[in-house]
Design a binder for this molecule. Sequence first.
Ligand code: SAM
Length: 219
Amino acid sequence: MRKTGSDMRLRNVAGSKEAISESRFVVQNPKEYKNRWNELFGNSNPIHIEIGMGKGRFIMDMAMFNPDINYIGIEKFSSVLIRGVQKMETQELPNLYFIRMDAEEITDVFGQEEVGKIYLNFSDPWPKERHAKRRLPSHEFLNRYNVILNKKGNIEFKTDNKELFTFALEQIDPAGWHLDKVTYDLHNDAAMMEGNVMTEYEERFSSMGNPIFKYIISR
Ligand code: SAM
């Protein structure tokens, strides 16, 4: 995450850890739901996840617009996730849960082909080469997604970070994935913009004039 002043403050929201550990909108023991997430939702609708959901604007809007899809938002930091939890307290959505975890453990939480779609939005760039495998579109992560995503499923990735996007494109082929769609200027691409739901970072960086890059990949 870019360390702007407000983001740094968000890392220390007083009481956020406690509030998250008590929230009914946050799944406290996600590994126990492996292979039975549909029991939590009480239906057999597809499960779509966003990894690195931040404050949750995107996944909450998606859950509101698509009541027949179950959504799970994953976020590493309590201090950011708390904002999503607070929004759920005023606007509860039955088809959305949150998990506070590091996505490196994703295959312990979801069973084989249990997920229908994965969203990566404005993932942290981790610019140092030695941190490349922490990047959420890296081939290490693609291998994990390969396990949990059903064979017809796909990954949608958006970013304004050129270096990260170039890196992400290079990962697709060697990891055995296929590039279905790509744009280097989402907001001026009518076809790919159709039905686009903005994220917090997308709003911020597109309003500064940054083009938004997006790909959709599958196997
Ligand atoms: N997706 C949101 C958006 O587009 O507005 C937030 C983008 S923010 C730059 C990236 C978020 O991903 C941060 O909140 C960060 O904590 C989270 N994140 C990064 N790596 C993660 C990981 N390995 N597991 C879970 N969350 C992660």
